[in-house]
Design a protein around this ligand. Structure first.
Ligand code: CIR
Length: 256
């Protein structure tokens, strides 16, 4: 069955890391409410939810995606590129230990889960400001025995690879071509985010649907025009923290 690890919004989220956005006030109560609706959407789509304890002193801890990459065979515990975020991995590793063997990215490597896009046995990793060559090489070495192919992909103008491209159906990508070069993904059908919605390339494929931000209605129309079922969520407060829909969960198959 599908399992979704999440972590409720920290009261300190207003002090989050920001790279491309200006800091604006975040309504923490609203963020918590939106996060609760997000978790409900995942449960409606068949995920069993596991909610990690809130981390009051770790502003970005709601973005659990960055702390690990969970594959069928193993989970990679990352070493996030932002130093303030490294303590987030401890409790994520603790939770994942019940489901997978763990491997760790170690210094000088850095890797954010938001940079990791898996399509079958092919893994693309963004060479962003957060994930470095050493981190990507460590991941490739750890996953070689499971026959994964790891390919670094440059991203420009956005935080993570999955800000620029995500999987929204089996082998169908949602992409912002301004932030990542499409030729890297040759052979996969692509839906382009509407040019007026550059942040619209982040969708979370779960079961038979795409969990998708209400902030991008034009791109939503494009997804629906291709026959995809969209489950809309309002994540405006997470978006002020430079988060999006994929980064608020770690979703994987777990027996039972
Ligand atoms: C950060 O800059 O690390 C957080 N404020 C946002 C992380 C979003 N993570 C993601 O998209 N995977």
């Amino acid at each position: 069955m599908l399992t979704a690890i999440t972590r409720n919004v920290s009261p300190s989220m207003g002090q989050c890391e920001l790279t491309y956005l200006e800091r604006v006030d975040i309504d923490i109560a609203l963020a918590q409410e939106q996060h609760a609706r997000y978790k409900e959407a995942l449960e409606t789509l068949g995920c069993k939810g596991i909610s990690l304890p809130v981390e009051p002193d770790l502003p970005d801890a709601v973005f659990v995606e960055d702390a690990a990459v969970v594959l069928d065979e193993v989970a990679v515990i990352t070493r996030p590129g932002a130093e303030t975020r490294r303590p987030e991995t401890h409790s994520v590793a603790q939770a994942l230990r019940a489901y997978r063997g763990l491997v760790y990215i170690e210094a000088p490597g850095t890797l954010d889960g938001g940079d990791v896009l898996r399509i079958g046995k092919q893994i693309y990793v963004g060479t962003s400001g957060r994930s470095n060559r050493a981190g990507i090489e460590q991941m490739a070495a750890a996953l070689e025995r499971f026959r994964y192919r790891v390919t670094p992909v440059p991203v420009h103008g956005c935080l993570h690879l999955k800000s620029a491209v995500t999987l929204v159906a089996p082998a169908c990508l949602l992409i912002n071509r301004a932030w990542v070069d499409e030729p890297y993904f040759q052979g996969y059908p692509c839906i382009a985010a509407d040019p007026l919605e550059p942040d619209g390339a982040n969708g979370l494929w779960v079961g038979d649907a795409v969990v998708y931000s209400a902030a991008h209605p034009r791109t939503r129309e494009r997804l629906e025009a291709r026959g995809l079922r969209v489950v809309s969520v309002n994540v405006s407060e997470m978006e002020k923290a430079e988060g999006a829909v994929t980064c608020c969960s770690l979703i994987f198959e777990a027996g039972g």
